[in-house]
Structure formats: C-alpha cells, structure tokens
Design a binder for this molecule. Sequence first.
Ligand code: FES
Length: 176
Amino acid sequence: MRLRISAALNKGMTHQPLDGCTREGEANAMTEKLHNIIAPYVGETGGLISAMHAVQAELGYLPEDVLPVAADLFNQTKAEVKGVISFYADFRDQRAGANHVRVCVAESCQSVGSRELVAALEERFALKLGETDLARELTIEPVYCLGLCSVSPAAEVNGKLVAKADADKIAKRVEA
Ligand code: FES
C-alpha cells in the first residue's frame, strides 16, 4: 500500500456530522462493549491494568468512555483510573493508524541517533512523534527500550523489530 500522507491531506479531511439519536446509540453500544470487556477482570490482582490492555487489544485504543465504566466497576474515581492509564506509555486514547511505527527514544538509542531518526521520520511523513495522520494510515510513537540496545537505534514497524534503524529502512517497511 502506498501512503498518501501529506500535510495537505491532514488539513483537508472532513467528517460527516452524526444526529443525536445515532450518537446516543453509539455511546450506549460502546459503554456496553466496554463493560463486557472490563468486567471479567474485576477482583483480579492488577485487574485494572489487565482490563485496560484487553480494551486496547480489542478496540485498538482506550476511548474516553473507559474512564466512567472502569471507575464504576473497580469502585475508583475517574481521576484514579486516569492516573493509572497515564502512567503507562503503551496506552493510547486514539486508534492507531493502519501502519504503526514505534521508535525507541531511550538512552542507548538516543546516544546513537534516535533523535535524528525521529526528526527524519517527522519530516518524511509530515507527522510529529505521537501523532496519527487524519487518514489513519500511519502512527509514529515513542517507545522506551525494545530490547535491541546492542543494535540501536531500534524501531518497530507493524510489530516487527528493526535493528540499526534509519528512515529509509522504516519507510520501506511502511510502504511495502
Ligand atoms: S534503549 Fe533502545 S532498544 Fe534499548
């Protein structure tokens, strides 16, 4: 698949407005879905974290509605749930793009050019680290060690590790 990402594309996307009934129906369906995913983890040690991983595995992200549902089921405040979620960099609040690039920005990789790699990717794809383009074709995110420190800088493209990563290697895998 050839990416069509550009700054112009990002600015040009529009969304169809939803009417009130549709929006309410979708919200109820999402609440029920979240409840079904989260409920089995209530009472388990570390259940909240496991439940959040389960939601992200199922939906690809943690929607806003996860806060009230999880708070209710785990008998915590929404702020407490949010505190747990925001502690872990792996949780995201938006669906990732069809292509998912993670670049290691931890110390070992930084010492051999991961900052420069991030800058090269940001320029190439007209995206900032942590962003997804509006067409949802690509997400670029930071990660803190991929276990490839001896062959850094390290990255991951769609779940596959890339040793001695550079922008060309990553782009080739994204566009393959
Ligand atoms: S610090 Fe980058 S892979 Fe370990």
